[in-house]
Design a binder for this molecule. Sequence first.
Ligand SMILES: Nc1ncnc2c1ncn2[C@@H]1O[C@H](COP(=O)(O)OP(=O)(O)OP(=O)(O)O)[C@@H](O)[C@H]1O
Ligand SMILES: [Mg+2]
Length: 259
Amino acid sequence: MTILAVFNQKGGVGKTTTALNLAAAMAHNGMEPLLIDLDPQAHLTASCDVTVNSDESIYAFYKDNRPLTELVRPLPNGVNLIPSHVELAKVDTLYRKTGGVIMRLRHALYDEMLASSGVPIIIDCCPFLGILSINAIAAADGMLIPIAAEYLAMKGATQLQNTLEAMSRLADKRIARRFVVTRFVPNRRLSSHIIGDMQERYGEELCKTRIHENSAITESAGYNQDIFSFAPKSKGAKDYGFLLDELVESGFIQLPPKP
Ligand SMILES: Nc1ncnc2c1ncn2[C@@H]1O[C@H](COP(=O)(O)OP(=O)(O)OP(=O)(O)O)[C@@H](O)[C@H]1O
Ligand SMILES: [Mg+2]
């Protein structure tokens, strides 16, 4: 079993798209992954075509100690979702004074046996640092870091590195990481420059799979669907299928043995 946090403090790099479509790739392969939307923007929840009140969202777990298992929603595509709500933004103020919240999500995932259920768990993080992101990273066995293939990604690389180190220190562990290039356009001169730079910087931690810029992915978001439901033969679906294969084959995602 694996708990994955999809994280990058830079906005709009493809975190939600990757969490959604990696989970959909898993469901496509017969798994029943659990997606946790830990972003007050609740884009992942919307992408799953789900709307909830705050007391049916992950906010109820933080505010009222609602068990996570009571918040899980099965979706038609075979994925299970714990949805988010804009009120989740209050968690930082709620817990600033109390402390002791860093391991909250991890403990609940283990206490409620979700972590031992054999299903992969994917947490979509928000694009800022705070209690929510630290909770996700403390809960995770691995961090998947989407990086958009653009000039600003190179400029932000050192800042990202510093953030990742600070997060690992706060969560009190060295966490396994994989970087994945998103929105890749192969023929751009800048793209090969960026890939070269990332290979040098991240070495074996850089996934070989590239997620290409793909209009079906943009469109699927507009229809609140994952790419496998919206366009199963698209390049976007193939890329996310390859990414899952690579992460499983390299042992980054560990699946339970088949019965
Ligand atoms: N490979 C792709 N091809 C085309 N469009 C993409 C691709 N990946 C992501 N997008 C689009 O880019 C936008 C930003 O993606 P996404 O919401 O996944 O980023 P994010 O990192 O989760 O953003 P935030 O930091 O705000 O949470 C979305 O409109 C999404 O549909
Ligand atoms: Mg997002």
